[in-house]
Design a protein around this ligand. Structure first.
Ligand code: HEC
Ligand code: HEC
Length: 383
């Protein structure tokens, strides 16, 4: 089942399939390789033309490369979802969704409505504002007609039952999303932590503010150094500085973001309010809360927030810094449950905001100590 496939085979199959994978890293198992074909296959939408990668592109931090819209367009032109595409990279690190003692942890999507990556991957194919298949059978028929159907049957067995084949499809995609092609850990931040690169003065200052007066690491856990107390590191048993740094607490908060009224969100029926986690759980105490995203490759994934309201990282930091200063921002879309302790009036100067931004720019994968930290990633991405 999970037999190893030689690199040569990967390359040959890639060529057959007509996709150029510029940078083959570690060997993928058959299941992971199948997942990769599925992830990039634009024939699995109805009509053809959209794949998972269309909205979660490697060169765009595995998020939507179209930065002109706050949300993503489906394969049918003019059809839009209601939220910004998050990164599919590092998503594997969110634990299975749980809601215990009134605290939601983990899960996939901004509102946690999919328990894990496998459940998540079953959604987009059938979503009319995404890949728009009328049913699972059309997805499986497209796979049956694909160049990689042999690999599919190796991994999933002969296609007899549509539901079973569809589940196996989702499992393979989830397996690919767990590989180091998506989870590289090759940013400048990682290299500095490993003692192989050095922050600039500004980046170092930004890191201190991120972990200190900016309060960012209270929710975007950054490894637990710098500040002794403050609840970071100890939250949810995340174990402080051990384990990979993901810059998230895996939890849900209402930041008090204003509604985004730009196109195409202005096409929604008047009075539409996105209640986030609250709508999923049917619990008013969770209204307006969204999942704390990881911040890896954050420079590559504008616009920001679940509604794409904020366009630059500077604007994001400015929002945290000044949300509560009268007259600067529109009122929250959801006025209940707004986080009041950890943001709103941080008293940061503009140059301190810039330093926090500079620190976040070090989260981009593919950094090489000699040159600039472009995307696309050199081959040194093994953890
Ligand atoms: C039309 C654009 C589009 C396509 C195509 C698409 N997605 Fe998404 N994806 C989104 C949006 C938008 C969200 C957030 C939706 C929400 O939270 O309500 C999302 C969320 C996700 C997440 C959750 C990440 C997190 O941190 O919560 C993952 C993982 C993901 N998509 C993977 C995939 C896979 C795998 C496919 C192909 C089967 C796919 N997407 C196809 C737009 C797209
Ligand atoms: C109270 C917890 C909390 C604190 C404190 C916090 N964040 Fe966030 N952050 C979140 C949540 C939750 C979201 C998603 C909110 C949404 O979309 O509704 C988010 C979103 C973001 C995003 C956008 C991510 C994306 O993919 O769109 C960035 C960037 C960010 N935060 C950086 C920071 C910085 C920098 C600080 C400190 C100045 C900070 N955060 C403080 C919880 C927090």
């Amino acid at each position: 089942m999970s037999r190893r496939v030689k690199r040569l085979v990967i390359v040959c199959v890639s060529v057959l399939f007509g996709v150029c994978f510029s940078n083959v890293q570690a060997e993928l198992s058959s299941q992971q390789l199948l997942g990769k074909f599925l992830y990039f296959d634009e024939n699995l939408s109805e009509p053809a033309g959209q794949s998972c990668a269309s909205c979660h592109l490697p060169d765009a931090g595995f998020a939507d490369p179209d930065t002109h819209l706050p949300v993503s367009e489906g394969v049918i032109p003019g059809r839009f979802g209601g939220r910004n595409s998050p990164s599919a990279a590092y998503a594997v690190f969110f634990p299975e969704f749980s809601y215990i003692n009134n605290v939601a942890v983990g899960g996939q999507f901004w509102d946690g409505r999919a328990a894990n990556l496998t459940e998540q991957a079953k959604g987009p194919f059938l979503n009319p504002v995404e890949m728009n298949n009328p049913n699972k059978a059309t997805v499986i028929a497209d796979i049956q007609a694909s160049s990689y159907v042999g690999l599919f049957e190796d991994v999933c067995g002969p296609i007899v039952d549509v539901d079973a084949a569809y589940d196996c499809t989702a499992e393979a995609i989830a397996a690919y999303e767990g590989t180091d092609e998506l989870n590289k850990f090759t940013s400048k931040f990682d290299l500095v932590m490993a003692g192989q690169a050095r922050f600039t003065r500004q980046e170092r200052r930004g890191r201190m503010l991120f972990n200190g007066r900016g309060l960012c690491s209270q929710c975007h856990l950054s490894g637990g150094m710098m500040m002794g107390g403050g609840g970071m590191g100890g939250m949810g048993g995340m174990g402080g500085s051990s384990g990979p740094v993901l810059f998230t607490d895996f939890r849900y908060h209402n930041l008090g973001l204003p509604k985004n009224t730009e196109y195409p969100l202005d096409q929604q029926p008047p009075g539409t309010i996105d209640l986030g986690l609250g709508a999923i759980l049917g619990v008013t105490a969770e209204n307006g809360k969204f999942k704390t995203p990881h911040l890896r490759n954050i420079a590559q994934t504008p616009p920001y927030m679940h509604n794409g309201l904020l366009k630059t990282l500077k604007e994001v930091v400015h929002f945290y810094n000044t949300r509560d200063i009268p007259g600067l921002w529109n009122p929250p879309e959801v006025a209940e449950n707004v986080e009041t302790q950890l943001l709103g009036n941080l008293g940061l100067t503009s140059s301190e905001e810039d330093a926090i931004v500079a620190f976040m720019l070090t989260f981009t994968d593919g950094y090489t100590p000699s040159g600039s930290g472009g995307s696309g990633g050199g081959g040194h991405g093994h953890r």
